[in-house]
Structures are given as C-alpha cells and as structure tokens.
Design a binder for this molecule. Structure first.
Ligand code: HEM
Length: 467
C-alpha cells in the first residue's frame, strides 16, 4: 500500500496515469473528476433521498449504476488518451456522492462513515451557516431544504445522449428513491473559446495540479513555476475511504453550492466603479476579480493581454502594498500567494506560504441558466460551485469564512471579497493603477447562495461491492 509520504510528496512531474507505477491501484479505485476535471460540456446533477425501507434495493441500484457509468481516474485518463489518438468520445461520465445522512439511511454504522466535521454536521447546520454567512435554510431553493442523501453527476458532450440517459436513470431511480432536485449545468465559453463564468471572466485557470499532462502543459505555457507552483500533493484532496476494499482506496470531500449571479447588477456596479475611479470598465472588473475578463492578472498589467492561455505563474511580490491588485480582489482573497507571511510576523514567510497552500481547493464548477452570453440575467443564472478537498474545515470553509468574508483579511480595513464575501461591505479601490491613493466604494454582493450540501466521493471498490 501507499505510505503517507506518497501522498504528501508527489513526483516532480506529477502522477502519470499512463505510467502510474505505485499509484496504479489508487487511480483504479478513485472516482474520476477529482484529480482532473472530466471536461464534458453538459452535466446533470440529481439530488436523491433513499427510502429507508428499501435500502437493500438502493444498494443494489448504486452497485449497478456505478459499474455502468462511474469512471475511475485511470479510466478517465485512458478514455482521454483514446480521444486524442482516435477521436473516439469517452461518452457518458458519472460520479456518485453520499452525504452523512445518506450513509446512515443505507444502514452504515457511525464508525464506517467518513468523519470530517462539516460533512458530519451538514451544510444546513446553524453553526455552519453562521460561520459561512449563509442565508436561512427557509430561503434556499425548496429541493435543497430537504434531507439530501446522495448526488449523482452525469455528464457528456452530446446533450441529446445525456438527456436520454438521464431520463432512463430517473425512471430506474423512482423505484428506490425520491429525486428531490435536479440541476442542469453547462460550460459557458467566450468568443475566443475560453471557459468563462456568467459575469464574463475566464474561469478555472488557477487550480492545484496533480496529473503529469496538466503539469507539463502549465510548465510549457508558463515557463515553469518560478513565481507560483501550482503542483499539489495528493493529501490536499484525497483521504482514505473507510469502506474501501483495496489497499489504496481513497475518496474526497465535495462541497456543492448553487450560487446565483445577478449579471445585470454586476455589470451596472462595474460601470459605477469605473465611473467613480475614472477608469475603463475592464480594469474596474479586474480590480474586483484580480484578473481581466480574458484572464490577465491585474497585478501584472493594467490592460488585458489576450493570451490564449492566461498565466498562473505569478505572485504579489511586486505588489506588496496592493496598489495594482487590491487585497480584496477575489483571487487575492481566495489565494493570497504569500500575503499572510508578509503581513504576519510569525511563523515566518515560508511556513506561512506552506500553510496557505494547504487551504487550496480543486474547483469543478459549471454554469447554469442562460446560455447566451449577450444576455444579462438578474435571476435564474449562476454557478454550480463544486470543489474537492481532503478537509472541508481547513479548505472550502476556511477560504469562505476566514478569507473571503472578513473585513480584516489579509489585514484590517481590506473589506470583504466583492464577488463572494458575505455580508457585503465597502472596499478601498486604487484611483490609479500602481499608485497609493484609494477611494471607498461598496461593491454590492451580486452572488447569492441558493442551497448546497457536503458530500463524500467513495472509492469504486466500495460502490461496486455494496452489500
Ligand atoms: C478564481 C469567479 C465563487 C474560490 C476565480 C476566477 C474567477 C472566479 C473569474 C479567476 C479564474 C481563475 O483564476 O481560475 C467566481 C464566481 C463565483 C466564484 C463568479 C461565484 C459565482 C468562488 C467560491 C470560492 C472561490 C465560493 C471559494 C470559497 C476561488 C479560487 C480561485 C478562484 C480558490 C483561484 C484563485 C487563485 O488561485 O488565484 N473565481 N468564483 N470562488 N475562485 Fe472563484
């Protein structure tokens, strides 16, 4: 079996699923989409509640479903290779996730249930909501208010095939479970073909990387990792599956949040900010996000550069007083790239950076709602935010509650993250890029949380041998 060191250190060039060595067993038993995104254009998310009286049938169904549709990390890579070589699509991709209550409803004893604390408590828990700044459960969408036991993610590039498969799966499911809620997601792109979110900004650029192909790509595009090393050890995303049937059975915690985006409101606020500071709108947007819509980091430039692949090899060393990229900017709040070590004297820069890096999450979100990027919806569109991690408390919850929300991170007076900080508040905005003078402006919160839950992604050997 793999040793803890095999998860806390990774090979220089990451893990190569085509030549996995000692990681073969892990990749064969781990669900796909965790170490590397599945990349399909369309996805459907089904939220389920088991009927406790029929838990044996439910287990049988999960087993068959997993054998048919759920892909391992290894299989995902083999399919991708075949696609690159022969153009043959990998077809349907699926994941299967359980909540703590879902394990219980299937009859699992407490010591068999993954025990990360927020996972045990659930996202509706009052303490958790208080900590994250989330709205009352009565204000969530009705489907999310109910007791969720499982989540199935089904994805494909072929929308027709996806919808047909989902219909078929729903018919089967109705015999053994209640389908509480459904979300249909898709990948939004700009005219240059880059993946964007509804406000129009390139998304998914900065991610922790585990897999060789992705690491090599980043190294080539970005001339290495001199300013920011996006490589990450497996132990920030994987934990042992307590029910795994192999030596190297691992799983991961998933945070799921439906985040509605008021695009019209955001655009107007962005115009207001531009007028207040007497700057162009795209720069105003960059001061909110930390990157221009095309992905150019605003700490590097006051104009967009239209790079095909935006850089991720940067940090804030040349912007320590945040006159270029404000401390409140979304990407600086959610990944300070060394800021904490500069602001706090202990425990020292390198150690602080190490701690910061342990908070990283693996984002796998997709958009929902309006598909036409020329529209500016106020309601009904947004981000189905998904992220994987080894410890929810130390990763997603930490980022949202200790970094994005507080006024005083990374230091007193910074204000909340204008994209996701709850509650909204006022920030200081540079009047001229690269100069000290600032103006106050309260960028309103245009993202609202509509519901969500904490899940675990069990190993395949558990799913396929459920009894
Ligand atoms: C990066 C948008 C919610 C964490 C980004 C980027 C955009 C973006 C445009 C820059 C692209 C990139 O660097 O990959 C949004 C929108 C959200 C949202 C529109 C809500 C609707 C969240 C939430 C979290 C989060 C809830 C976690 C609490 C991050 C992180 C990065 C990021 C960690 C990468 C930062 C870096 O490494 O530089 N987001 N985001 N985002 N976001 Fe969000």
């Amino acid at each position: 079996p793999l040793k803890p060191e095999d998860l806390s250190n990774i090979p220089e060039t990451g893990i190569d699923p085509e030549n996995p060595g000692k990681y073969q067993g892990l990749l064969e038993d781990l669900q796909g989409n965790i170490l590397k995104g599945h990349g399909r254009d369309y996805s459907v998310h089904l939220f389920l509640q088991w009927d406790r009286e029929q838990s044996d049938d439910a287990k049988q169904w999960i087993k068959t479903f997993s054998q048919t549709y759920v892909k391992s990390a290894k299989q995902q890579s083999d399919d991708a290779l075949r696609y690159r070589k022969e153009g043959i699509s990998g077809g349907i991709f699926a994941n299967f996730f359980l909540t703590r209550k879902g394990y219980e409803a299937l009859g699992f004893a407490p010591f068999k249930i993954p025990k990360n604390q927020p996972f045990t408590m659930g996202m509706k828990n009052q303490q958790i909501r208080g900590f994250l700044g989330d709205p009352e459960v009565e204000k969530w969408e009705i489907g999310f208010q109910k007791e969720i036991h499982a989540l199935i993610l089904i994805a494909d590039d072929d929308l027709n095939n996806l919808l047909q498969t989902v219909n078929h799966i729903c018919q089967e499911l109705r015999q053994i479970a209640v389908i509480l809620h459904r979300e249909d997601g898709f990948i939004l792109r700009n005219k240059a073909g880059q993946i964007i979110e509804h406000f129009g900004f390139v998304d998914g650029v900065s991610q922790p990387l585990f897999i060789k192909r992705e690491i090599v790509k980043a190294q080539v595009n970005d001339c290495g990792f001199s300013q920011w090393d996006s490589r990450a050890p497996l132990d920030i995303v994987l934990v042992k599956d307590p029910n795994g049937k192999t030596e190297d059975s691992y799983g991961s915690y998933l945070v799921y949040r439906k985040l509605e985006q008021n695009v019209k409101g955001f655009r107007e606020d962005q115009e207001n900010l531009a007028r207040t500071l007497n700057i162009k709108e795209d720069l105003a947007g960059a001061l909110v996000v930390g990157r221009f819509p095309d992905g150019t980091p605003v700490t590097k430039s006051d104009i967009p550069t239209y790079a095909v692949t935006p850089t991720n090899n940067f940090n804030y060393d040349e912007d320590v007083s945040a006159t270029k990229c404000p401390f409140h900017a979304h990407i600086r709040k959610t990944n300070p790239r060394g800021d904490t070590g500069r602001v706090e004297s202990s425990p020292g820069y390198d150690e602080s950076l190490g701690i910061e890096r342990s908070h990283r999450i693996t984002r796998r979100g997709v958009s929902y709602g309006e598909k036409d990027p020329n529209q500016a919806p106020e309601r009904g569109s947004g981000l189905l935010f998904l992220c994987f991690q080894a410890d929810i408390e130390n990763q997603f919850n930490f980022i949202q509650a200790r970094w994005a929300n507080p006024n005083r991170f990374v230091k007193v007076g910074v204000g909340p993250d204008p994209l996701i900080g709850q509650p909204q508040g006022s920030q200081k905005w540079p009047e001229k890029w690269g100069e000290e003078d600032t103006k106050d402006h309260c960028f309103k919160l245009w993202v609202s949380m509509k519901g969500g839950e904490y899940f675990f992604a069990p190993s395949l050997s558990f799913l396929m041998k459920l009894t």
